[in-house]
Write a protein that binds this ligand. Structure first.
Ligand code: IVH
Length: 669
């Protein structure tokens, strides 16, 4: 096939895939089967693999970039992303209409768009000449995070708008969310993998959008619906209804439940209708957003510093229920924190049966003044775990029992104390407390840390109860015989778990650091630390000041890291891990030494002969490293066509800027 023909074939495959996406995601009227769709993608991937010169960033195959980023750069919103005023009753909604009518100072019949208020994460998408350039979070409304690579994995967001006469630049805004069924599935998987479940679909969405590996985001089934816009260069809409219809034609997803309402009466009917049926949405909806339809009137009403005057939210009441606190139990966490937990008489709240809820800490117990035997009002606002809103004191009989901070740990009976007087938490003072040890082991073996398959809660429970394991390092001295003594363990299962333990010795330094369970150090911080210090031995010399220069590591985390490694126990423990053969260094891939060793690269704009991930891989293979957020320590800024905001930043920081040809030269040298 001639190159010209290949190019044509590639373009026609892309068009077929885009059309199928549009039919499926926007019109909900798929025209081809999943299998035919997969075949098209496979064929396109194979052609692009053979002819990488034809890869373009908005090809449907480029949804997952393949690289792991070490943070997100920031984007300044061209038009500020405001917040929304809330109303909590129909009376308040009516007052809002009266107020805006007064402001308009003449008699006008207002029509509105009423839309579900999706409880997700707001995002901003910038399309330039129809091509998706930037996807960002709201941030503080002025500056958000550039999460383009993650946004691109959301299949319902087109990388390329359809049709002619597109605006030169349009920045649309919408809500990224996770369907309730997908959220449940993810939480089930997380629980199985011994990872903490997400509290609600919003947190799951926000956590997913901020993952540093876009291939993981692609697996999170995120969705998006467009509800507004910021900037529309050389383009105007007459009404909000027209905006929604137009963007739908361009292939952007909009909410089919939105309704044009002739007047407030219809808006109120809409609010009350959906308030009764809020659970029928596939996603969490916490109210209705009411928008004045005509853009001229929107402009006339304008905005306050915080929010537009021409739109308002009608919030649905949270799911609430009353029940009795049967007793208050105390749990012991990984770091020894004693947590009061209210055990409730089971009650239904928004479709879920609730029988316990955390009270977080003893300050909260005091604030609520909750007693054993009290009747309480609980509330579930999109969360799986409800919270206690208040005690219904009128229901007290006088027999209720006040909660006392236990003087002894409920598990090991050691003394309970605060680390500092001003802290809210009380801790079990015994660092060898079996409850703490169990939690630490569960965390160490979990999927995000050392990922030891088979080392689940029940196995850990048995090993600790039988005193076979007295510290986390003891995992590595376990023998097959130790497992054969446990219930349900036979030869094969014991062999498998021993093999899994052996395999875990080779995990990355980042996972090991995370697995240590250092207070405040999550997965992201652990990988930054591993990247920066490369060998565990350097951690023992760390001072707070060495850590504070690292973005994302604040003073509290820095103190916690220094404190952890300065304890003599830590040194001893790490020595034991070393003796057991656990990897304690950051392993780098085998690289051709010399060329650009130690140099840091950042890319912006489109490269012609290489995809972004191919270029990044070349950097790694030649001994360099690449980053995706701008900083003074970058050695080379490789600029392709249509560079983003990084280009301007690079100039401002006076960094060395090179083009693609110079980059290839560097690699060849
Ligand atoms: S319009 C002024 N329409 O609710 C910003 N927002 O609580 C309002 N939201 O940040 C933009 N559904 O992310 C609009 N149909 C909808 C919405 C919606 C959910 C979010 C939006 C905003 C938040 C405010």
């Amino acid at each position: 096939m001639s190159l010209e023909k290949v190019k044509k074939e590639i373009e026609s495959l892309r068009e077929l895939i885009r059309r199928a996406d549009y039919q499926y995601y926007i019109l909900s009227e798929p025209e081809i089967s999943d299998k035919d769709y997969d075949d098209l993608v496979k064929k396109l991937k194979s052609l692009e693999g053979k002819y990488p010169q034809f890869i373009v960033p908005d090809s449907p195959t480029q949804r997952v970039s393949g690289g792991i980023v070490d943070g997100f750069s920031t984007v300044r919103h061209k038009v500020k992303m405001l917040s929304l005023d809330n109303t909590y009753s129909i009376a308040e909604l009516k007052e809002w209409e009266e107020k805006i009518k007064r402001m308009l100072k003449r008699k006008v019949d207002l029509d509105y768009m009423a839309e579900p208020k999706i409880d997700g994460v707001s995002c901003s998408l910038t399309y330039e000449k129809g091509i998706l350039r930037i996807g960002s979070t709201r941030g503080d409304g002025q500056v958000g995070e550039d999460v383009t690579t993650n946004i691109k994995t959301i299949r319902s967001i087109p990388l390329h708008l359809r049709g002619l006469n597109l605006p030169e630049i349009i920045e649309v805004r919408g809500e990224v969310y996770m369907k309730k069924t997908d959220f449940e599935k993810i939480n089930q998987e997380r629980t199985k993998a011994r990872e903490a479940p997400f509290a609600n679909p919003r947190n799951a969405t926000s956590g997913s959008l901020k993952l540093l590996d876009s291939s993981l985001v692609a697996k999170r089934s995120l969705e998006c619906l467009i509800h507004s816009f910021g900037l529309a260069k050389n383009y105007s809409f007459k009404t909000h209804k027209q905006f929604l219809e137009k963007v739908k034609l361009w292939g952007l997803p909009t909410d089919s439940h939105s309704k044009w309402c002739k007047g407030l009466k219809e808006v109120i009917d809409y609010c009350l209708y959906w308030e009764q049926r809020r659970d029928s949405f596939q996603y969490e909806v916490d109210g209705v957003v009411v928008k004045v339809n005509a853009l001229v009137l929107q402009d006339e009403l304008g905005t306050t510093l915080k929010s537009p005057r021409w739109m308002v939210a009608y919030k649905f009441p949270a799911h609430q229920a009353t029940t009795k606190v049967e007793r208050i139990d105390f749990g012991v966490g990984r770091t020894g924190i004693i947590t009061p937990v209210a055990i409730l008489k089971p009650v239904e709240c928004g479709g879920v049966t609730i029988s316990r809820t955390t009270l977080h800490n003893f300050d909260e117990v005091r604030r609520l003044d909750v007693h054993e035997g009290d009747t309480v009002l609980i509330e579930r606002a999109g969360e799986v775990i409800p919270k206690v809103v208040k005690v219904i004191t009128s229901k007290r009989s006088g027999k209720e029992k006040a909660v006392r901070i236990p003087s002894r740990c409920p598990v090991c009976k050691s003394a309970v104390a605060k680390e500092k007087e001003e802290e809210v938490y009380w801790y079990c003072t015994n660092i060898d407390c079996p409850a703490q040890l169990k939690r630490s082991l569960i965390h160490f073996a979990s999927r995000g840390a050392m990922d030891i398959e088979g080392m689940g809660e029940s196995v850990i429970e048995e090993l600790v109860n039988r005193k076979v394991i007295k510290s986390v390092v003891d995992i590595y001295v376990l023998t097959k015989n130790d497992f054969l003594k446990l219930p349900l363990f036979k030869e094969k299962k014991a062999n498998n778990i021993i093999a899994a333990i052996e395999k875990s010795k080779d995990r990355s330094l980042a996972r090991f650091l995370y697995g240590l369970g250092i207070k405040h150090v999550g997965e992201k911080a652990a990988s930054l630390l591993a990247e920066r210090f490369k060998n565990i031995r350097y951690f023992f010399q760390l001072k707070k000041i060495d850590l504070e220069g690292i973005p994302e590591i604040g003073p509290i985390m820095a103190s916690s890291i220094v404190k952890f490694f300065s304890a003599s126990k830590a040194k001893k423990m790490i020595e034991e891990f070393k003796k057991a053969g656990v990897n304690l260094t950051r392993k780098s891939t085998v690289v051709k030494k010399g060329k650009i060793s130690g140099k840091t690269f950042i890319f912006t704009g489109e490269l012609k002969g290489l995809t972004r991930s191919q270029a990044q891989r070349l950097v790694e293979e030649n001994g360099g490293r690449w980053v995706s957020s701008m900083s003074k320590s970058i050695d080379f800024v490789v600029v392709g066509e249509n560079p983003g905001s990084k280009y301007a930043k690079a100039k401002k920081l006076e960094l060395k800027i090179i083009d693609e040809a110079a980059f290839k030269d560097l690699i060849k040298r």
